[in-house]
Design a protein around this ligand. Sequence first.
Ligand SMILES: Nc1ncnc2c1ncn2[C@@H]1O[C@H](COP(=O)(O)OP(=O)(O)O)[C@@H](O)[C@H]1O
Ligand SMILES: [Mg+2]
Length: 292
Amino acid sequence: MVLFKRDDIIKVIETCQIKGQDEAIIRALMYINLGYPIMLYGPPGNGKTTIAEHILRYVSKGDNYYRIEATEGMTEYHTIGGFHPLSMSGNPELSKQFIYKDGVITRALQENKNMLIDEFTRAPTTAYSGLFMLLSTGQLVLEHREMVLKRPNNWVLMVTANLGDEGTFKMSAALKRRFIPIFIGYTSRYTEEKVLKEYTPKLSPEIVRAILDFAEETRRLWQEEKSLPQGLSTDGVIKMARYCDISIDEGLDAKTAFTDAAMHQGVIIADETDYVSLQTVNELALKIGSRL
Ligand SMILES: Nc1ncnc2c1ncn2[C@@H]1O[C@H](COP(=O)(O)OP(=O)(O)O)[C@@H](O)[C@H]1O
Ligand SMILES: [Mg+2]
């Protein structure tokens, strides 16, 4: 059965909080229709999690899906299941016993619920051995339960990943191949201008231009000169605009408001352990600010 018909696709896009990523969303929905798991990847702050939640909420008719955020300490115990000591009960007899607890993927399969694994690559590949089997063979063998769970028809699995981000694990190529990768990159300047009109309608066009110039330049420094580990995200653009809006309201001048906001966001996108990287964004903030 096709989950997303033409009308659904239009509705998903129209109701999505994330603007300017229509092509990626359409591609994700087409592959979901074909039954493939989706991996939304790209630099942080450009709407991966929001898009995945939006699609899952639409197809699951509300918050009726499982959602976890992967962590460094995540193991098969959390995803598939394992034995859990009863020691917490305080009863010495019980403390020697164990109960078997299902992990979140197992529960999703049993209850026929769709699934989002946010920040997928924060957990090591070993946390996903069961998931890998499930995606390869269409079934999950639960040894201790003497049970085999089948992947439900129309089961939707989406994951998000900040590929190459600090503190993430490199996914095994085999696991990566099980997903359809869909890139969520920086949206266009035109889209961001429209987004800011919604968030900060009173902000002057000069400041909006300065913020968008700053964003564009950080992305260029990242992409072309590799002097920054990432560019400013749309999330960062919105935060800058809101900060400028509120501080100008409170009497701050435009130049100071912009420069402050740019420096705050600069710390986030720069490599904070590298003086040169911090210096690069600070100089850029001052340069663009001086035009105001
Ligand atoms: N293209 C966009 N249009 C509108 N808002 C956006 C866009 N990209 C990012 N945002 C804003 O940034 C916030 C954070 O996005 P999020 O989904 O957490 O990003 P990611 O998961 O890629 O880090 C969103 O809630 C939204 O307010
Ligand atoms: Mg996210």
